[in-house]
Design a protein around this ligand. Structure first.
Ligand code: PGA
Length: 254
C-alpha cells in the first residue's frame, strides 16, 4: 500500500518570519502519520529547517540546477539544499515549464542530479487547458513522462514521486473532478507499467495538484490512484493545509 504524501508548495510567497510561523503551526497541529513536507522559497529553507528540527514535517526545495557547482549565477545545487536539511525537491513544476521555459530535457538533467544526490524528486506533469480541450491530455502526459524520465532505471523511478497538476487547475480554483484526475493518474501508472513493470508502477506515489482545498480533498484522495496532494494556495495557512492532510490520512484508513 502506498503511503499518502502531502506537500505544500509555497512558491514565491511568505517572509522569513511568516515562513517560520507557518512551519511551526503545521508541526504543532499535525496529528497524522502520513508523509508531509513543506517547500518554502530557497532563501527561507534554512530558517524553516531549523524551526522544523525534530518534527515529522519534511522539507523540500522548489527547484535545483543540474550542475554541482561553478559559474551559474542565481542557481542552487542539490548539495546546497541537502545542506539545509531538504529531503525533497519539486522538479518541472508547470510554472517553471511554462513561465520559465524549462523543457523535459532540463527536467531530466535535474532529475538525474537529484537522484544522484539522494533527494526525493517530486516531478510535475500536466496539460494546458487548450491541450485538454483538444483531447491531447494523455499524449501530453506521455511526452512529458518520456522526456522527464528518460534513461531512468526502475530502481530510480521507485525513489521518485510524481505530481499530476493540470495547468488549468493551478491557482484558478477550477479543480479537476475526481474522475478527471483519476483517469490521468491511472494512465500514468499504465505508462510506468509499460516502461518498467507493475511493481514499480504500484510503488510510485502520484500526488494530485491544482486547487486542492479542504472541501475537495477527501473526494480526490479517495480515488484509487491518487496518493496525496501537492498543494499551493491552501498550504499557506496552517488550518487548511492540516485539514487536507487529515483528509488524506482518513482516505487511507477507510
Ligand atoms: P494551487 O497550486 O493549489 O494553488 O492550485 C498547486 C501547485 O501549483 O503546486
Amino acid at each position: 500500500m502506498r503511503r499518502p504524501f502531502v506537500a505544500g508548495n509555497w512558491k514565491m510567497n511568505m517572509t522569513r518570519q511568516s515562513s517560520v510561523e507557518l512551519a511551526e503551526a503545521i508541526a504543532a497541529g499535525l496529528s497524522s502519520d502520513i508523509d508531509v513536507a513543506v517547500c518554502p522559497p530557497s532563501v527561507y529553507l534554512d530558517a524553516v529547517s531549523k524551526s522544523l528540527a525534530g518534527s515529522q514535517v519534511g522539507i523540500g526545495a522548489q527547484n535545483i540546477y543540474h550542475e554541482a557547482s561553478g559559474a551559474f549565477t542565481g542557481e542552487i545545487s542539490a548539495e546546497m539544499i541537502l545542506d539545509l536539511g531538504c529531503r525533497y525537491v519539486i522538479l518541472g513544476h508547470s510554472e517553471r515549464r511554462n513561465v520559465l521555459s524549462e523543457s523535459n530535457a532540463d527536467v531530466n538533467q535535474k532529475l538525474k542530479t537529484a537522484l544522484a544526490a539522494g533527494l526525493v524528486p517530486i516531478v510535475c506533469l500536466g496539460e494546458l487547458l487548450e491541450q485538454r480541450e483538444a483531447g491531447e491530455t494523455l499524449q501530453v502526459i506521455q511526452e512529458q513522462f518520456d522526456g522527464s524520465f528518460e534513461a531512468i532505471t526502475a530502481e530510480q523511478m521507485r525513489s521518485c514521486v510524481i505530481a499530476y497538476e493540470p495547468v488549468w487547475a493551478i491557482g484558478t480554483g477550477k479543480v479537476a473532478t475526481p474522475d478527471q484526475a483519476e483517469e490521468v493518474h491511472a494512465d500514468i501508472r499504465r505508462i510506468m507499467t509499460e516502461r518498467f513493470d507493475s511493481e514499480t508502477a504500484d510503488a510510485v506515489r502520484i500526488q494530485y495538484g491544482g486547487s486542492v482545498k479542504p472541501d475537495n480533498a477527501t473526494e480526490l484522495m479517495s480515488q484509487p490512484n491518487i496518493d496525496g496532494a501537492l498543494v499551493g494556495g491552501a498550504s499557506l495557512k496552517a488550518d487548511s493545509f492540516l485539514a487536507i492532510i487529515s483528509a488524506s490520512q482518513q482516505t487511507q484508513t477507510t
